[in-house]
Design a binder for this molecule. Structure first.
Ligand SMILES: [Mn+2]
Length: 370
């Protein structure tokens, strides 16, 4: 596994270097912690990764260096040894020293920081030219075979947990109890890093708020319950939503469930490499619009997923237009939320293949009455 990861880090850094060369950039300064993990494996705080044409340096506080030696490949670890507290800017001061030992004209800064911090860094590196870049995000959006394997495994483990979890749902238990129970089931699997986000348990009328994690509401007979959950395996996230019913669903619940499912299938049938993100969102949205529930699908169809649970590109017609490529992964999560009544969302993860897509979520989607 460690060997796999080492060759991953080498391949990823190579890709980054090619792109830096295309833009005539001499060094990339990476501050976003997920991007640092992506490129060298390090997960500690207060770190900066410097990628030069031939060499990379990980600048980190000395208290991180044992961990860095263990987790990191493909770069030289450069610990900052200092008495007293470490100031967040110390890593930048150290980066400046290393950069001054190299022939550098243009520095690219990874955008995992707010614009104000970028301006601050730009000032510190003057008179060198500093540009903001999102090339790491660009690389991250196309998944390698190794990453696809990790993402599939995370999803598989999440499905086993979901199976156990559904036994806990019965009238009288609260959303809060179920939320805690689901977290406990996730943490019981020590092979996992933990949840990829706090699970959402939204029942009955409380389901119309898209991101309420839970309330104290107790499950009733004839409820409709939205469960949105994911786990993290070796850094990689899964994300899945299922809507289940306790007792007898009403005819409107059944109708809405079928529309949401049809919307998801429409997007699955339509997506292929070369398509624009907006068109995929519309493929699902049209189904819901035609069925008369246009205003009740109030979020995008989905997002990419990887080391972060939400990554670019986003399948939403209000986000930046992007062309979709083979080996990108997306969640498809259409939903209909009827204020003060109930909500339905169904979410799977889809891998874009040469000719279309492959759904990596295998948890059943037929209407389930517990
Ligand atoms: Mn999602």
């Amino acid at each position: 596994m460690k060997k796999d990861l080492t060759s991953e880090h080498i391949t990823r850094s190579k890709k980054i270097r090619t792109r830096l060369k295309d833009k005539s950039v001499d060094v990339l300064l990476v501050l976003n912690s997920t991007n640092i993990r992506y490129l060298c494996g390090h997960t500690g705080e207060f770190s900066v990764l410097l990628i030069f044409k031939k060499k990379s340096y990980l600048i980190t506080h000395y208290r991180n260096d044992v961990k860095a030696e263990r987790d990191t490949t493909g770069c030289t670890i450069h610990p900052i040894i200092r008495d007293g507290l470490l100031h967040p800017n110390d890593v930048i001061v150290e980066a400046k020293k290393i950069i001054s030992d190299h022939k550098v004209k243009i520095i690219a800064v990874d955008p995992g920081l707010d614009y104000q911090r970028f301006l601050n860094i730009r000032n510190q590196f003057k008179p060198l030219k500093t540009i903001q870049t999102d090339i790491v995000e660009g690389c991250r959006s196309i998944k390698s075979d190794y990453e696809i394997r990790m993402l599939k495994y995370a999803q598989l483990e999440a499905e086993k947990i979901m199976n156990l979890f559904l036994n806990e749902i019965k009238p009288g238990v609260s959303e809060k109890f179920l939320h805690h129970k689901l977290l406990a089931l996730i943490y019981d699997n020590v092979a996992l890093e933990g949840p990829s986000f706090l699970p959402i348990i939204a029942s009955g009328e409380s389901a119309w708020g898209i991101h309420s994690y839970y309330t104290n509401r107790k499950i009733h007979k004839n409820d409709c319950i939205v469960i949105d959950m994911g786990v993290k395996y070796k850094g990689y996230c899964s994300d899945m939503t299922r809507t289940v019913f306790v007792g007898k669903p009403t005819s409107q619940m059944k109708e809405v469930y079928q529309i949401v499912l049809d919307a998801q299938l429409a997007a699955e049938n339509k997506i292929k490499p070369g398509m624009q993100n907006h068109s995929v969102d519309w493929a699902a949205r049209e189904v819901i619009e035609k069925a008369g529930y246009k205003e009740y699908f109030s979020h995008g169809l989905g997002h990419s997923i990887g080391l972060d649970v939400h990554e670019a590109p986003y399948l939403s017609y209000i986000k930046k237009r992007e062309i979709l490529k083979e080996n990108m992964l997306f969640t498809f999560e259409p939903g209909i939320y009827l204020a003060k009544k109930f909500g339905v969302r169904i979410e799977d993860t889809i891998l874009l293949t040469k000719s279309g897509c492959k759904n990596i979520t295998h948890f059943p989607k037929d209407l389930r009455v517990l």
